[in-house]
Design a protein around this ligand. Sequence first.
Ligand SMILES: C[S@@+](CC[C@H](N)C(=O)[O-])C[C@H]1O[C@@H](n2cnc3c(N)ncnc32)[C@H](O)[C@@H]1O
Length: 382
Amino acid sequence: MIPPMDDYEQKATPYGGRGLFATKGLSSGTLILTCNEPYAWVIYKKFRKEVCAECFLYVRDDVAARESRRLAWKIRPSSSSGAIGEGVWFCSDKCRDDWGTTGSEAATIQRSIDRLHSSMLGKQGKRNQASEAIPATYNELDINARWKSAESSLMKDVLRSQALSESELETARFLSSAIIRCWREEVDAHYPQSPKSLSKWENLLTLQNNEAVHLRAHPDTLDTWIRVYTFLRCAVQAASSAIPSTLANYFDGSERIRDVLARDPGNVFGIWEEGEAMLDQNRDDESEMLGFAMYIDGSYFNHSCDPNVRKIRRGRAMEFRTVREIVVGEELNINYIDTKADWKSRRKELVSGWYFDCRCRRCIDEQASDITIDDGREELSL
Ligand SMILES: C[S@@+](CC[C@H](N)C(=O)[O-])C[C@H]1O[C@@H](n2cnc3c(N)ncnc32)[C@H](O)[C@@H]1O
């Protein structure tokens, strides 16, 4: 395992919170960080049969599977894991065995989510009017009160409300993976075992909290978050006889869920298809997004429209490699978006999707030269 912070250090930037800076000169292609596994993740439902639940291998990225024209993985959990028929597939017996019983709580909750969702669809309920009361403006006290009252939501209210959308269901699955992981750390002092992962719940809490900035921009998201939480809480209650009671208790309060949601916007990575073509910078748009994941140690890289670090998914792991020579003291940046577009389009995408105005060198330079050209035109027309 590569110890993090060997080649770089975390420091405050003048423009965007903390960033990572090289502590020595680095040659192009240096592997500076490997996040062995995400803290929380979700593979989209439509890809469950095509992406191995343990190593995230996408069937279409596998040469042997491609040659044999295989379109889905066939291996299911073993009967001893108690998770037969729970919506998980594996690329190999080894992955199935590695997944073992640690995945069974996740699979049980996943099945309960699917069942509760089917019941809601069956009832064709109308959205609960009371839960639609959205604060017109951002008000922290109001928001706290809404989360508190959601903690006493009842199954009958959830069943009467409108079924969740596919993206809301994916958020529920993502949240359940984070809460299960947090529970596992607290009940098992040896978890996570090195070298599987370094990050813990306390590390997740150090990530930038984007709740206020997100809800100010999109106040209606609060309604969605609370609906997802009440739904997930009821799905876990419905599965309580099949999971440890200590785990079920983790979903009763809203605080941990809120902690994860506050860090979701701005700190998650897409789980993209990983073929050779995807190794080219800026090829994300041609790749299939199979789900999304939170890699805590990888979330301190700031964005640049001229990045010097590339992220590459290797199965469940995410690697970060320099793409050119880097001098000591230089900031290490990845790209959050496709950087081929002009600065105005990039700015629009970063402001609307990531809630920040990009202060990278390229944006500053391109913006300045556009303004200079505009000034010149004005002078000519006078
Ligand atoms: C994934 S976090 C990166 C780490 C973050 N700076 C921190 O202190 O936790 C993304 C956030 O960093 C800031 N950021 C990243 N790149 C930026 C850039 N090019 N210009 C301005 N702010 C940036 C924004 O606040 C953004 O929401």
